[in-house]
Write a protein that binds this ligand. Structure first.
Ligand code: ARG
Length: 578
């Protein structure tokens, strides 16, 4: 599922320079070397390490023998000061001054876009995310999909991919028959004007399901209503459209708050009328067959239940609509990659869809990827299953405001009164988003207010605070930052550690794209923020003599740019003050 790494930036980055330097004596391509470079946990071993396992096959030698041979053949040159073998590893130390200059000049070249590359140039990626169901509140899995999908779309775009962001609404299906019946019985027009229209529509569902127990005939009524909707009956269609508009309005307030936008907001309804066309296509390929009145694609050869295309009552199905949509998108965008950011429970659904397309001869389906994720643990839920994301974000902002005011009293931050609410919104929302992105997406997210808002923890506010703190340092600095300051003064261990963390960001961005895993970037930012705080503790900036001060200010500014870029990629704001 990963695409090849390739670095085509205008000037070689620090790790690129290292890879190029090692390429000659080893005979391994710079791409291969750069991809495999690691940062050893023990700093005394050197700044970087090259594990030699991946080269055993081509060289037909044991990894330890390779490391020894390469170490023997290597004479210090350029950015690499020395190499030493240690078991199957080649450890290497950098020429610190050159390393610093290489890292900083790359950041100065890219500015707030640092971390991006051209590796996806010429390719198109579709990222489908959010995809809530209309007339229902934003569920927990939609929050995760929204946050992860947005980060993935940003990351692809930063690596040069032409990126199409799609919100695929759940706006079709038998549940709209239910809603039509419930609304006609118990609803009225004023309802859809209310700001909490979605909540009220949800209540109608609930009421329907309760009354159904007493009155089973309601079920048939709902089925008939959906059937009328599918046949395009005007009054059903008008009403359905009103539900859709009211829902979209409410979703939009959430997207605005998270800074999320889409290139396309369509949904299942868009292709509902073309089910027969799809079914005919699959029949011509000999794939669709009748089973108990329904139409299916048998997948028993692949150890999967059948893919349902049409129910006995002729109504279309979720799978049918996804098959149509996938083909539409391929025709329209001719994508090189399509990511479906959808929860784990739909894993089988996507395997079925992809298999059917494969059987139908759509080779491009190998570029389609289901990007699943885990659940939320500990989030306060309302009525058992659903929660309003808006409420979570409100609460996050409220709690952050309290924290900022506490910090203000303790003299830890300085912020004019008028700027507190805006900062609290940015930090509170950022905290919720970061909490979602900081662990591998497949794992569950632990939702704990104290943890996720902890300014000293592995949190969004911690990273944002590092960014704001550096901005403050630079504001108060005796001299402006000079991007031509001589970087060769940056040889302190804490400086080298910080530079290594800076150099690592572009690699983590590439990895995040390759594995559709934004947590790599979140982790890199946490490490970076921590490395800065160690540097700032150990290396005086303002007190240092002029040349060292200029170099350190340049380093601080580069860190600020990298933090800002990384947060932006994750969909999180980076306030200058907090
Ligand atoms: N609306 C669906 C849900 O809420 C998610 C849609 C996922 N995307 C897709 N192409 N099936 O569960």
């Amino acid at each position: 599922m990963s695409h090849e790494f390739s670095y085509t930036g205008a000037m070689p980055s620090a790790t690129r320079l290292i890879a190029e330097t090692l390429s000659g004596p080893t005979g391994i391509s710079p791409d291969e070397i750069e991809k495999n470079l690691e940062i050893p946990p023990d700093e005394t071993l050197g700044e970087y390490a090259l594990p030699c396992f991946p080269f055993a096959k081509t060289t037909k030698k044991a990894p330890a023998a390779i490391a020894q041979e390469w170490a023997r053949n290597f004479a210090p040159s350029g950015i690499v000061a020395g190499v030493k073998s240690a078991g199957p590893y080649l450890n290497l130390s950098v020429e610190r001054g050159r390393f610093a200059e290489a890292v900083l000049s790359e950041i100065n070249r890219q500015g707030e876009r640092y971390g991006g590359s051209e590796s996806g140039r010429g390719r198109t990626a579709i990222v489908e995310y959010a995809s809530p169901n209309i007339a229902k509140t934003f569920a927990v899995h939609h929050i995760r999909s929204t946050v992860i999908g947005n980060a993935l779309a940003n990351l692809h775009a930063a690596c040069g991919w032409k990126t199409i962001r799609i919100n695929h609404l759940g706006d079709w299906g038998t549940q709209f028959g239910t809603l039509l019946v419930a609304y006609r019985k118990w609803g009225d027009e004023t309802l859809l004007e209310r700001p909490d229209a979605v909540r009220v529509l949800m209540d109608l569902y609930t009421r329907f399901n309760k009354e159904k127990k007493e009155n089973p005939a309601l079920e048939n009524e709902a089925r008939a209503a959906f059937s009328a909707l599918e046949k395009g009956e005007p009054s059903a269609h008008t009403l359905w459209n009103a539900f859709r508009q009211a829902s979209l309005k409410e979703f939009q307030t959430i997207f605005d708050r998270l800074g999320i936008r889409f290139d396309e907001t369509k949904g299942e309804s868009d292709c509902a009328s073309r089910s027969n066309e799809l079914i005919r296509w699959l029949q011509e390929k000999g794939l669709a067959r009748e089973s108990e009145g329904a139409l299916i694609v048998d997948l028993s050869d692949f150890k999967m239940p059948p893919c349902l295309l049409r129910k006995a009552d002729e109504s279309s199905l979720y799978a049918t609509r996804d098959l149509i949509t996938a083909r539409d998108r391929h025709e329209k965008y001719c994508f090189d990659r399509m990511l479906y950011v959808v929860g784990m429970p739909q894993e089988l659904h996507f395997r079925q869809i992809f298999k059917v397309l494969e059987l139908a001869g759509c080779g491009w389906v190998s570029n389609c990827l289901h990007v699943p994720f885990g659940h939320y643990q500990g989030m306060r839920t309302r009525e058992g299953t659903f929660i309003l994301l808006a409420e979570v974000l409100d609460e996050a902002a409220k709690r952050t405001e309290v924290k900022i005011r506490d910090a203000l009293r303790e003299g830890l931050v300085s912020l004019p009164e008028g700027e507190i609410p805006t900062a609290a919104e940015k930090v509170g929302v950022g905290a919720v988003v970061f909490n979602d992105l900081k662990t591998r997406r497949i794992k569950d997210v632990i939702f704990d207010w104290d943890d996720l808002l902890n300014f000293q923890g592995r949190t969004g506010p911690y990273v944002q605070y590092a960014h704001a703190r550096i901005s403050g340092i630079l504001r108060k600095a005796p001299a402006p930052v000079r991007t031509d300051a001589d970087a060769s003064a940056l040889v302190h261990n804490a400086e080298v550690r910080l530079l290594k963390n800076l150099a690592d960001l572009p690699r983590q961005v590439e990895r995040a794209v390759a594995d559709a895993e934004p947590s790599y970037v979140a982790t890199a930012l946490l490490d970076l923020a921590k490395a800065f705080s160690q540097f700032y503790q150990e290396c005086p900036v303002i007190q240092a003599d002029a040349a060292v001060q200029a170099a350190r200010l340049r380093l601080a500014d580069a860190t600020r740019l990298a933090l800002k870029s990384g947060l932006t990629l994750l969909g999180i704001q980076a306030p200058d003050k907090m």
